[in-house]
Design a protein around this ligand. Sequence first.
Ligand code: WT7
Length: 655
Amino acid sequence: MTEAKSDIISALLLEERQFPAPAGFQKQAVVRDPAVYQKAAEDPEAFWASFAEELSWFQKWSQILDWKPPHAKWFVGGKINASVNCVDRWAKGALGQKAAIIWEGEPGDQKVLTYEDLYQKVNQFASALKKLGVRKGDRVAIYLPLIPEAAIAMLACARIGAIHSVVFGGFSAEALRDRINDAAAKLLITADGGWRRGAQVPLKQFADEALTNTPSIQHVIVVKRTNRDVRIQAGRDHWWHDVLEGAEPHCDPEPMDAEDMLFTLYTSGTTGKPKGIIHTTGGYLVQTYATSKWVFDLKPSDIYWCTADVGWITGHSYLVYGPLANGATIFMYEGSPDWPQKDRFWSLIERYGITIFYTAPTAIRAFMKWGSQWVDKHNLSSLRLLGSVGEPINPEAWIWYHEKIGGGRCPIVDTWWQTETGAILITPLPGLTTCKPGSATKPFPGVEAKVLNEKGEEVKEGGGLLALTKPWPSMLRGIYGDPKRYEETYWSKWSHLKNMPQNVYFAGDGCKRDKEGYFWLLGRVDDVMNISGHRISTMEVESALVDHQGVAESAVVSKKHEIKGEAIAAFVILREGVQKGEKMVQELKDHVAKKIGAIARPEDIIFTADLPKTRSGKIMRRLLKDIAAGKVLGDTTTLADSAIVQKLKEEYKEE
Ligand code: WT7
């Protein structure tokens, strides 16, 4: 048997293994009754409203759902404030002295903020924002390391009704500038720098570069994190600690309409331009609250750690809003998992007694590669539940996670969702679901998902495209400044078909269902790549490449990568007279990293004389993918000969 074949067979065997909820876990679980599915399916609106009832509203809604496809309004007429639900409720109640945020910086510094502390800081910072002229509906950009101030800034915006737009601290100056300009943000919150693998990321310097061309920005607030020298522009820039000093200690929360915007978050689509996904207040809060409670089985004594950065949707929904709306204690770590050594995460779990741990398959695969000796040095017995998100988890990684990190006793929740969905949609319930490694299992109660074929027919068993066939409270409400793109991207896949309701959401993911109806997500079917669980479009990288003066044309595809899941392979046609070679390879990789951010740095640059195109001029991406994977040619240097590219194209047959 070939090696590849035996790999496939062993993966199949792993997939067939079943893991029922451990009896001990089941006994204490928040959700134990399988009837929840049936009940929610019978009346999803009532199901969601029952969670809404558990939140604190200034005014109750008059209608649960107003659905005029593809536009949904949830909890119509309701008035609510996210910061009240995440902070005031607990600070003013019995949990004032409970830790809301436990934080460790990469250098080892620590902070604990009780709910009362968080209340004070959010109020003060909200007052400070107001004093600088920020009003309800204004956009505020946040470009920070993973420090408590990031959560405080988000919650303070929510308190006064300002719309936050968090930009991941790993993004470049240009990426920051584009996002600021797209949303016309009035104020930017950043830091002097952040820590990453013992080095400083000069955030303020990047911000200064971005701010050379951002006419909407009036003020910048700078957190002192690393103490590095930064330029402070008088009148525009203010230190975080200075603005807090003079700020009113109390700031009344703005009663927000359930459908008022809470935030935008930019994510890559199939074009070169990232889109600002719009989330509103009521529905988003209800569903992040509900899923945090049921999927993560939150209990008062938990110390919950989601390793995502606030720059991604996971950081919004499951580091900040969802768990805090449950009055949970969240743990936050600023830095890299391999700093100063490859056991940093396990040391944190041991030292802080983390009980719930939510991370990404790419991280799990890196841990596997580093070896279990790093894990074995630590006592991880505090853990009781594990989670995975961002990409399909390969069964080997699932089993390793289960055995080595979870000690065989912790259920794993493999949660499928997207920036657009706002909250988890397909997931096990840890006290109920029998898991199969590699499957996100079943839709969360109240959620209706199907696998459809191109013709819009349901595939009960087999492969197709994932579709969501009922609205859900935390669904996106649009794309900032681009309503047409919203309809086209998500709601038009099947809308041209006869007999097809106009209300089916296309997720962009391939999916297979097995005979028991389990969902197996298969990755993106569009030109979106998933690099280490982060979304990057091929077009974005292509435009960054052609922006380099030596590049005439480029085509970008992804290839399989042992740790990242997918990595970027870029085919590049250089301009006449430009030297190929290692130096140019490095230069182009650096160029893309500078234009977009380090996550977009191509793994391979392949110089080619020509790009294989169809007669209608479309790049043959399948062929490029096969070349990048070494399936077609083996030796890519021969692509320098245009006759060879031509020949490849003619001989290529899609499988
Ligand atoms: C895409 C969304 C949701 C937060 C992180 C990413 C992929 C996400 C899973 C999973 C298989 C997954 C999908 C999806 N994805 N979670 N558990 N199993 N695939 O958010 O950047 O909006 O990306 O990530 O392809 O469409 P995002």
